[in-house]
Design a protein around this ligand. Structure first.
Ligand code: X8Z
Ligand code: ZN
Length: 670
């Protein structure tokens, strides 16, 4: 499941705990079977050690993932308790294995075994302190933070439960409502849910840093940067290099968006210094600007790309069918059930469509259990973590996703994203457990998105999601803009989250400046700013899933570079010769085979080798992304002529106010 990628870390941890119980039980007979008190066979070689770890890991894994799955799909105190305990057991076992591995330091062993031992160290994003009491405290905090995020609710009127809203509702406001104040209210409302997390998060940081230290790392951030087959310092420099490659493209898009926002919201479309108002970008975290299509579409007459409208129509048609079918018999009050049924049917239809792409490449159909056990839509009777994730429950084919799918384009492409994780899981299931992972975590995130790049307007037309497509320069710019609003707008966000966490972990960002540093990085990288002061009474980082969920984020930045490298390689494999942006390898079995071969390698070799096999180069490189967007970049340069692009940093970002609001900041909410 996600444990090995996002939720994964916690999951792994718990998983290990289970193995631990088995180990102790076996221990009783150890004297007779030549085992030490710790159940470690005497004279075990490094190769045998790794073989045993793989076996124990796989044995304990299903119980661990089950506890994590339950606590994410049914948030209450009991499931939180079980998840925390599961995690604790896993991390205890991880510590034990790491202790046992020390025997082999400096010894000769096969490169595969050396790699496996290193991967074992990196098997969690939550390095466990050795002190058992602190480990217990850490897993309880981790489960609680994720639960708080999942159950996060803002009430306009605390005395009126009907006024309460969760993330999905508030995101709908940002998605569909262009009213300045209503967007501001939704944005501020959601950010109230993170305020109570601050103290716990601070303690969380102390505890994982202690764990990282116990494992030989300077801090948890250094550990996170150690998973890339190069030194942590080299890795950080690589991310700077890649950002340098793509920054000019982002700045052009930022400039264009600002001009349009200023027209849309006269006097309020930017914040002093030329930054974009955080609540106006159509997305809670300004990481994807697709929802601003209504006024960012370059050529409204150059064809139709409104996938959301078609998905909604499909949903409504399905709902109508159900209503007609059951018209005579629907008892009063059962309308909500029918709506729920129609939402589920639409989510399933979207999911089948995504599966079809993978199957067209020669990959297997998803197992029956996937359809039975996945959570596709938000249950009505309980809190769940709606943030999309993909799970490998047992390393043997019980794969699932957990989403709260709605009929819109964003969720549609997110299903393709999640299936990328699922097909990776299925492809590497034959590898030993410690190699059942992405070549690096950016690879895992890039698989489904590579498929999304191949969802060209032509592909979307063949599956009846958009109408007939024009072959004109205007239509091309529209389709490039559609992709850029999702992919280019994301880049600085993909970097800034971990720039913040790296600083929090290494102590350069102190607890009393968490929020100030957050907004400084938002301004520096994304060029966005809040329109009302966001002092230290807030904890705005906590309003983004991956912070309370403790999922490292640089993986997504990498993925947004890698996916274009993969896409280009698969287009080449498919024998495609035209301009990169027009290529779809839908239905191409040669490309599919090449993709599957890469997925099957898992983490069994350095990612550079896996990359070399697929693309012919063993380096991260943003050139394919720039090649893809070159028509748009040229167009943007012309469009922005005469503008002063870029932005200047606010002097004190916690006091930032909108130009028009300088004298009278809006009152703080909640
Ligand atoms: O978290 C995700 C996936 C699950 S791995 C839905 N993504 C990041 C996000 O939502 O912030 C995908 C893109 C970036
Ligand atoms: Zn993902």
């Amino acid at each position: 499941m996600s444990h090995r990628r996002n939720l994964p870390f916690a999951a792994r941890t718990a998983f290990l705990a289970l193995a631990c119980a088995l180990t102790i039980a076996g221990c009783k007979d150890s004297s007779k079977t030549e085992q030490s008190a710790d159940n470690v066979p005497k004279d075990e070689t490094a190769d045998e050690f790794i073989e045993r770890v793989n076996r124990e890991y796989k044995e304990m894994y299903p119980e661990f993932t089950a506890s994590q799955w339950l606590s994410s799909t049914y948030i209450n105190d009991d499931t939180k308790l079980l998840a925390a305990k599961g995690n604790e057991r896993f991390l205890t076992q991880l510590n034990r294995w790491l202790e046992q591995a020390k025997r082999f330091e400096g010894q000769k062993m096969s490169p595969q075994t050396a790699r496996a031992i290193n991967l074992l160290k990196l098997n969690t994003a939550m390095p466990p302190p050795k002190d058992p009491a602190k480990l217990t405290e850490l897993t309880a905090i981790a489960t609680d933070l994720e639960g708080q995020y999942g159950a996060g609710t803002w009430c306009r009127d605390t005395n009126d439960p009907k006024s309460c809203r969760q993330l999905g509702d508030l995101e709908d406001v940002l998605r569909n409502n262009r009213d300045y104040n209503q967007q501001l209210e939704a944005w501020q409302g959601w950010h109230t849910i993170a305020k109570p997390m601050r103290g716990e998060y601070q303690r969380f940081v102390e505890l994982v840093n202690e764990g990282a230290h116990d494992m030989g790392y300077a801090d948890a951030g250094e550990m996170w940067r150690s998973g890339y087959d190069m030194s942590p310092t080299e890795f950080a420099a690589e991310t700077d290099r890649l950002w340098g490659q793509v920054k000019p493209l982002y700045e052009q898009l930022h400039c264009y968006a600002r001009t349009k926002l200023e027209t849309q919201y006269p006097g309020k479309g930017s914040v002093s210094g030329g930054l974009l108002p955080a609540h106006l970008m159509g997305n809670m975290w300004q990481q994807d600007w697709s929802n601003l299509w209504g006024f960012l579409e370059p050529y409204p007459d150059a064809g139709d790309l409104d996938i959301t409208a078609t998905l909604k129509k499909q949903y409504e048609a399905g709902l109508n069918d159900l209503l007609i079918k059951e018209n005579e018999t629907i008892p009063a009050g059962r309308e909500a059930d029918i709506v729920h049924q129609a939402e589920f049917a639409q989510a399933r239809r979207m999911n089948e469509r995504a599966q079809d792409f993978y199957v067209s490449l020669g990959m297997p159909k998803l197992p029956a259990s996937y359809w039975e056990k996945s959570q596709l839509i938000k249950p009505r009777d309980r809190d769940v973590v709606c943030h999309a994730s993909a799970w490998d429950m047992d390393m043997s084919g019980d794969v699932r996703i957990k989403m709260c799918i709605k009929a819109n384009e964003e969720d549609f492409t997110t299903i393709y994203h999640e299936l990328g994780h699922i097909y990776y899981d299925l492809a590497y299931n034959k590898q030993p457990p410690l190699f059942q992972n992405g070549a690096n975590d950016g690879f895992h995130e890039a698989i489904g998105d590579t498929i999304v790049l191949a969802m060209t307007p032509q592909y979307l037309h063949t599956i009846d999601l958009v109408g007939e497509q024009q072959q004109s320069q205007e239509a091309l710019i529209n389709s490039q803009m559609r992709m850029a609003l999702a992919k280019v707008s994301f880049l600085p966000f993909g970097l800034m989250i971990d720039r913040w966490r790296w600083g929090v972990f290494d102590g350069t960002i102190k607890p009393n400046e968490y929020n100030k540093a957050w907004w400084r990085l938002k301004a520096q990288y994304q060029g966005v700013a809040p329109v009302t002061p966001r002092g230290e009474e807030f904890f705005d980082a906590g309003a983004k899933y991956h912070v309370p969920g403790n999922t490292p984020y640089t993986r997504y930045f990498l993925s947004h570079i890698l996916q274009f490298q993969f896409y280009k390689a698969l287009c080449n494999a498919a024998g495609y010769n035209g301009p990169l942006y027009n290529c779809s390898f839908y239905g191409n079995k040669v490309a599919g085979q090449k993709f599957w071969a890469m997925l099957s390698k898992g983490a069994s070799q350095p990612w550079q080798a896996t990359m070399q096999e697929l693309t012919g180069s063993g380096k991260f490189d943003a050139a394919p992304m720039l090649e893809y967007f070159s028509p748009l970049q040229e167009w943007l340069k012309k469009e922005n002529e005469g503008q002063t692009c870029g932005w200047t940093m606010p002097a004190d970002n916690s006091q930032t106010a909108a130009k028009s609001d300088k004298a009278k900041p809006a009152p703080k909410k909640g």
